[in-house]
Write a protein that binds this ligand. Sequence first.
Ligand code: SF4
Length: 338
Amino acid sequence: MWLADLGEDERSRLDRVMDGYRMGITPYYLNLIRTFDSSDPIFAQIIPSKAEASLSPDELEDPIGDDNPDLNTHPVRVITHRYPDRVLFYPTPMCAVYCRYCFRKRMVGQAAYAPNPTEIAEGMAYITAHPEIREVIFTGGDPLMLPDDRLIKIMREAATIKHIRFLRIHSRLPVVNPFRLTDRLADKLASLGKSVRIVTHFNHAVEVTETAIQWINRLLEHKISVLNQSVLLNGVNADPKLLETLLLKLAEHGIQPYYLHHPDKVKGTGHFRITIARGREIYRELIQRLPGYAVPRYVLDIPGGYGKIPVDNDHVIPVAAGKYRLISPVGIEREYAD
Ligand code: SF4
């Protein structure tokens, strides 16, 4: 019905959006939509909007600088090495859904970004040669899109590297297709013999269904920790009450709130962004309303890949209305405007 309501102009803007970026949704997640328009938090996250065709000059293809050549943090194709003790490892660019605000919009869903066995081997060789790396974070795309055997083979290779103590998977599958969390998968993850955690991505309480909880419990029963990162999104969850409901529900079911991300300046996502001042107001309310264990860290990735920083006065210094100086963990300064 929402498509039928669009005029010619709006349809052509939507076509342009669809030319540049994938759409995908699982039947399970589609069923969580209650109202087929952008007032619905699931619809807003997943259904393309003509607002994505409105670009602003400071928006970036790669806002968190995974590929920034100046930073020298991308030693081989499957790895970003930004912090000394951990690496990001990209085993697949595929996702089960394509979130409209995704910070890796430039590459998700594109087979050209899928690594071949030689590239996977180069990644493992890099990790082996760097004993300061303690943790491998499998991200993507969504690593749980790989079949169990393929995923576990890659993870086992990492697990056998002596200095690797922690393995992590970043995945939205527990939210958009919780049936992926089978006992077989949980067994195999537990058998890796390292500390394994899954960081998932619930943004709104309606996503925390009984079904999702039931399948996530399989991980918890296998002593696999489950954490959550949310993105603060205008029109989805940028409201203290909504976030309070979400975070309490997560904490109640053993899912540790980990990060609340200020939205990245990704191309075509201005309609999702809020100002830093509003983000801070929301966060202050959360601190007052929730126990510490239910409050995630409110963070911002400095555009360009200069690191993740807490959105507080030590790192985000207001210099004028809507303008800030951002200071990276190693003291690099960048200007930022809402
Ligand atoms: S699941 Fe994650 S990587 Fe995939 S589109 Fe959504 S935010 Fe991006």
